[in-house]
Design a protein around this ligand. Structure first.
Ligand SMILES: *[C@@H]1O[C@H](CO)[C@@H](O)[C@H](O)[C@H]1NC(C)=O
Ligand SMILES: *[C@@H]1O[C@H](CO)[C@@H](O)[C@H](O)[C@H]1NC(C)=O
Length: 520
């Protein structure tokens, strides 16, 4: 992708000359109001080499994609009939960073699925009236053909098998077919069952409350995985319960029940939804303010530090294997907004600083307001294929790692406030980029507040900036990334990629914007 450098002189000329506050000790932002402008000054100053030492790997597939199992074919297309919109949206990521996100096919409905050798359709999902999660699914080898052929050629997958039905013959048949028809070089891991801690809920009814707990789950996987593995890697856990809530189901507990004996497990996975819209009362509580508060995000997800440590203590990869803003498919006006997008980036980058490897945002069709994209349209709540703002998180991350050999990330925690997040991006021990998120809510027609972010002490005066913006925090459309948008019909970029150039070391980041800044 070609880079266009634009000098944003006009905007800069507006601001009063900044006191040449080079490397002043970080203060809390100073509020200013002058000539109807509202801004505050912040100075990005920190110990760059100490940051390198504290930094964590920034995975090239950090932000990845989970697709509800019953919608696999809607997103990928059926055998010999690729969904070109999905393919283009994935290719866009590849074009920026050279790497594709992983696709995980799984979720509640992986535990409703079974393989059918002679079924005519790639996938046949049956829905109860009014429900957007299938109650019964069969899939044939056509699904594997679609996985092999429909997406960009290097596409990788995590593939969900059925544990819910409590019959080992079901996942055995699924895996046997996968080994026969699915290109195994595309498989990162298989996954046996989704959210086993929910198996006793009335709406699932997969297991009895009297006998099902973490110990029983670990025991069943100790029995089954050796029968299934055929030397393949498995992703383990997929636990929905937050480790902050007292629960039998945590990865820390799994360790105590002997999960280290499962040599085929290469990845530990948690699921997280910080809120839900599963009942109207719960839906009422879901507010944009809780997503665009950086310190709230830090506080909520710091609960996973112990789970990450459990995985790392066994030398495993750690995934947030399925997640999004609000369970039961997200909330219109919150999940699918610019604010939802900023939260997606902040949450992902913060988790990377804790040592997480990858995070899989969940997707489905119809009322799935948290989806990165709607692949087909055709439902009342989602009549046309389209992207949602959250899709841009894939592009933002791709730009953050673009050009770096061994990307690493460090949160400059002492600079952070509820509405300002600072991530330093290194390659090896070299500071290469800064990611700044201004999550301040902006939902008026008044002057848009800005932070004057002073990077002189770390990068000097000459900078280039790629800007993620939208009309306001609750905008569902109109997002641009470096002045480019993604066309809702073709999935292709519209406009020329633009990096702004700055000559005084100070970058204006407006309320509800995010930027990547590099030394020029
Ligand atoms: C799809 O599944 C439903 C429910 O199991 C079944 O009645 C129907 O015949 C199947 N359709 C095809 C084309 O296999
Ligand atoms: C945004 O502004 C509109 C109009 O004032 C208001 O009705 C709405 O509640 C606001 N939304 C948020 C999330 O602040």
């Amino acid at each position: 992708m070609s880079r266009m450098i634009t000098t944003v002189v006009a905007a800069l000329a507006f601001w009063p000359a900044l006191a040449s506050a080079v490397a002043v000790a970080p203060l809390s932002p100073r509020a200013n109001t002058k000539a109807g402008l509202s801004y505050s000054d912040v100075s990005v100053s920190f110990d760059v080499s100490a940051g390198a030492k504290e930094s964590m790997p920034l995975n090239r597939q950090l932000i990845s994609v989970s697709i509800e199992f019953c919608y696999s074919v809607d997103f990928l297309g059926a055998a010999k009939s690729p969904n070109l919109f999905s393919k283009q949206l994935l290719q866009n990521v590849m074009d920026i960073s050279g790497t594709l996100p992983i696709i995980r096919l799984g979720g509640n409905t992986q535990d409703k699925a079974a393989y059918c050798e002679n079924c005519p359709e790639s996938m046949n999902s049956t829905y109860a009236p009014g429900s957007t999660e299938a109650i019964d699914i069969s899939f044939s080898k056509g699904l594997f053909t679609a996985m092999n052929e429909n997406m960009p050629s290097k596409q990788e997958y995590i593939f969900g098998l059925n544990l819910g039905r409590n019959d080992v013959e079901v996942p055995k048949a699924e895996l046997r077919a996968a080994l026969k028809y699915l290109d195994q070089s595309k498989v990162v891991a298989y996954e046996l069952g989704n959210e086993p801690d929910h198996f006793t809920m009335a709406s699932y009814g997969f297991r009895s409350k009297d006998t099902w707990n973490m110990a029983a789950y670990v025991q069943q996987t100790l029995d089954w995985l050796p029968q299934l593995s055929s030397g393949k890697s498995f992703q383990y856990g997929s636990i929905a319960a937050s480790p902050a809530v007292a629960s039998d189901f945590t990865l820390v507990q799994a360790l105590q029940f002997g999960v280290s004996k499962l040599k085929q497990v290469t990845i530990f996975s948690s699921h997280a939804y910080q809120a839900d819209v599963c009942t109207p009362a719960h839906g009422e509580l879901v507010k944009i303010e809780d997503y665009v508060n950086h310190m709230k995000t830090v506080q909520y997800y710091s609960a996973y530090i112990g789970e990450i440590a459990a995985a790392k203590s066994l030398g495993k990869i750690y995934h947030m294997g399925e997640t999004s803003s609000a369970a039961c498919h997200g909330k219109d006006g919150v999940s699918n907004t610019m604010g939802g997008l900023l939260w997606t980036i902040d949450y992902s980058f913060y988790m990377a600083t804790l040592g997480l490897d990858r995070i899989f945002f969940h997707n489905g069709r119809g009322d799935y307001f948290y989806s990165f994209w709607e692949p087909i349209g055709g439902s009342a709540s989602s009549p046309q294929p389209h992207i949602n703002p959250q899709y841009y998180s894939l592009l933002f991350h791709a730009s953050a790692i673009s050009g770096l050999n061994s990307p690493r990330i460090h949160r400059v925690a002492h600079l952070d406030t509820h509405d300002l997040a600072h991530y330093a991006i290194y390659s090896g021990n070299q500071l290469k980029k800064m990611v700044i998120l201004n999550t301040q809510l902006y939902n008026t027609t008044d002057t848009r507040p800005a932070k004057h972010v002073d990077l002189l002490s770390i990068f000097g005066k000459k900078l280039t900036v790629k800007r993620l913006t939208a009309p306001n925090t609750i905008a569902k459309t109109g997002v641009t990334w470096g002045n480019q948008a993604v066309d809702g019909k073709t999935g292709k970029f519209v406009g020329k990629e633009t990096w702004e150039s700055v000559n005084n070391g100070v970058v204006d980041v407006f309320a509800s914007e995010a930027v990547i800044i590099e030394k020029n």
